[in-house]
Design a protein around this ligand. Structure first.
Ligand code: ZN
Length: 432
C-alpha cells in the first residue's frame, strides 16, 4: 500500500513557501496542494525543507564494538540528525576490507532501514598501510563501495597511495585520506602542538603533519588523474593547499567537521577527554580559516566524524582516553549556529555542503537530489528558530561522548523522510 504525506507550507531551502506531496517514495507534487484522501498531514509552517543530509564520515562501530554503537543505533542517531544516508568507516573489527565484510555492513543498514548505510572500504588490508585491499571486488559487490579510506590511520606510503588512486580511477571511486604524516606526529600525540600543549605537558600534533600529506596527495591525484578526498581538514595551511590545488583543476575535495568549525584547542586546559579528537582541536585562526573555506567552496562538505565511545574508553587520564566525539545528532544545529546565524551561509548553501555535494562525492545517485517533482522524497524539516540546549543523556546513540553537552545551539531537526517514509516526526523517531 502506498504511503502519502502532505507537507504543508514548508519554506524550500529557506526561500519560497510551498506544499510538498510525498507519494510512492518520490516528491509527486510541489505547490498549493489540497489534501488527498488518506494522506498524513505534516504542518511545516515556519519550517525549512532541505534535501536529506548525507554524511561522508561516520563510525558505526559494528562489527566489533557494539557496546559503543551498532548500525541500528547509529542509524537512529543519523535520522534524528536529519540524515538520509551515511558512509560507515572501515576501521571496525574486523576491518571492512573485503566484499563480504562490505556486504554485511550494507545488509545490516538495510535491515535497520532508517538511513542508507554505505560502507566505506579500507584502502589497505587490515588498515596495515601496505597491501591494497579488495578495492575492485568491494566496488562490484552489492554494497557498491565507491569511497575507500584507512581513516583513523594515514595511508602514509606514497607508493601505496598512488596505486590506490590509480585503482579506484577505473571505476570513478575516491580515496578519503586521514592526512597525518606519522613521522611528524608521534604515536603518543594527543592534542594540537602549540603553546598550550607545552604548558599542559601533552605531546602534540603539529598542523604541518596534516598539510604535508594533503600537499603530497593532491600532487598524486594530479599525476594519476584520480580523485582524492581530504577527511576532516583542520588547519589554515590545509585550506591554502586546497585552494592552490583547486586553482590548478586538481580533482580534490575536502570535508570539515562541525567540531573543527566551532571548538578550539583552549578547551583542553581542563584535561577533559571529551575534547580529545583526531585530528585535534586547533586554535581560533584555524577555525576562522575553515569557516571561510567552507563558505567560499574551498572546503566542499561538512562531515561529522561521528565517533562513539563507551564510557570506559573515554573516562581515563587525557593521554590514555580514546579519540573522538559524537556528531550525527548535532551537526545541523552546529552548522546553523556557526554558518547561518552568522550570515556566512544561506540554507541553500547548507544543503550544498551537507547533502548534494557529499552525495556527489560518494557517487550516490538517489541522495542529495534537489527538492523537485519526481525526485526521491529524501528530505529534512528544520526549525530555524528553535534553540536547543544539548543534553547528552537524551541521545539515541549508545555512547555519551558529546562535546556539545550543556551548550545552546540554534535550529533543530523536526522531521526526516527517507523515500517518503517519516523516520523522525516532531523531533522523535517514528519507531522506538
Ligand atoms: Zn580520521
Amino acid at each position: 500500500m502506498s504511503e502519502t504525506t502532505l507537507v504543508k507550507g514548508a519554506s524550500l531551502y529557506g526561500d519560497r513557501t510551498a506544499d510538498l506531496l510525498l507519494r510512492d517514495g518520490v516528491i509527486a507534487e510541489i505547490g498549493s496542494i489540497s489534501t488527498p484522501d488518506g494522506a498524513r498531514i505534516v504542518d511545516a509552517d515556519g519550517l525549512i525543507a532541505l534535501p536529506g543530509l548525507v554524511d561522508l564520515h561516520t563510525h558505526l562501530r559494528e562489527p566489533g564494538r557494539e557496546d559503543a554503537e551498532t548500525i541500528l543505533t547509529g542509524s537512529r542517531a543519523a535520522a534524528v540528525g536529519g540524515y538520509t544516508a551515511v558512509l560507515a568507516m572501515a576501521n571496525t573489527s574486523p576491518v571492512t576490507d573485503t566484499a563480504e565484510a562490505a556486504e554485511r555492513v550494507h545488509d545490516l543498514g538495510r535491515a535497520a532501514g532508517l538511513v542508507d548505510v554505505h560502507p566505506v572500504g579500507a584502502v589497505t588490508g587490515g588498515l596495515g598501510g601496505e597491501e591494497l585491499a579488495e578495492l575492485g571486488l568491494m566496488h562490484r559487490s552489492r554494497a557498491r563501495v565507491s569511497v575507500f579510506s584507512d581513516d583513523g590511520r594515514c595511508v602514509a606510503d606514497a607508493r601505496v597511495m598512488r596505486r590506490a588512486l590509480e585503482y579506484v580511477k577505473a571505476f570513478g571511486g575516491v580515496v578519503s585520506q586521514h592526512a597525518q604524516d606519522p613521522s611528524l606526529a608521534g604515536p603518543t600525540s594527543c592534542c594540537h602542538e602549540g603553546e598550550l600543549s607545552g604548558r599542559l605537558g601533552l605531546p602534540g600534533w603539529p598542523g604541518i603533519a596534516e598539510e604535508v600529506v594533503v600537499a603530497r596527495d593532491v600532487m598524486l591525484a594530479r599525476h594519476t588523474g584520480s580523485r582524492v578526498h581530504v577527511a576532516h581538514a583542520s588547519t589554515a595551511g590545509t585550506v591554502e593547499v586546497l585552494r592552490w590545488a583547486k586553482s590548478l583543476g586538481i580533482e580534490v575535495t575536502a570535508e570539515v567537521t562541525p567540531h573543527h568549525l566551532l571548538l578550539t584547542t583552549d578547551l583542553l586546559a581542563g584535561y577533559d577527554p571529551t575534547y580529545k579528537v583526531n585530528p585535534p582541536l586547533r586554535p581560533q585562526e584555524d577555525v576562522d580559516a575553515l569557516r571561510a573555506a567552507l563558505a567560499d567552496g574551498t572546503i566542499d562538505a561538512v562531515a561529522t566524524d561521528h565517533a562513539p565511545h563507551a564510557r570506559h574508553d573515554k573516562e581515563h587520564a587525557f593521554v590514555d582516553a580514546a579519540f573522538g566525539m559524537l556528531g550525527l545528532e548535532t551537526a545541523l544545529p552546529v552548522v546553523a549556529s556557526v554558518m547561518v546565524s552568522s550570515g556566512l551561509m544561506t540554507w541553500a548553501e547548507v544543503a550544498r555542503v551537507m547533502s548534494s555535494t557529499p552525495a556527489a562525492i560518494a557517487g550516490l545517485g538517489s541522495q542529495g537530489r534537489p527538492l523537485e517533482v519526481g525526485q526521491p522524497a529524501n528530505l529534512v524539516l528544520v526549525d530555524p528558530a528553535a534553540t536547543l540546549v544539548v543534553d547528552r543523556e537524551r541521545s539515541v546513540s549508545l555512547s555519551r561522548n558529546n562535546p556539545w553537552h550543556g551548550r545552546t545551539l540554534g535550529a533543530s531537526v523536526v522531521a526526516t523522510f527517507l523515500r517518503g517514509r517519516p523516520t523522525v516526526l516532531g523531533g522523535e523517531l517514528t519507531e522506538p
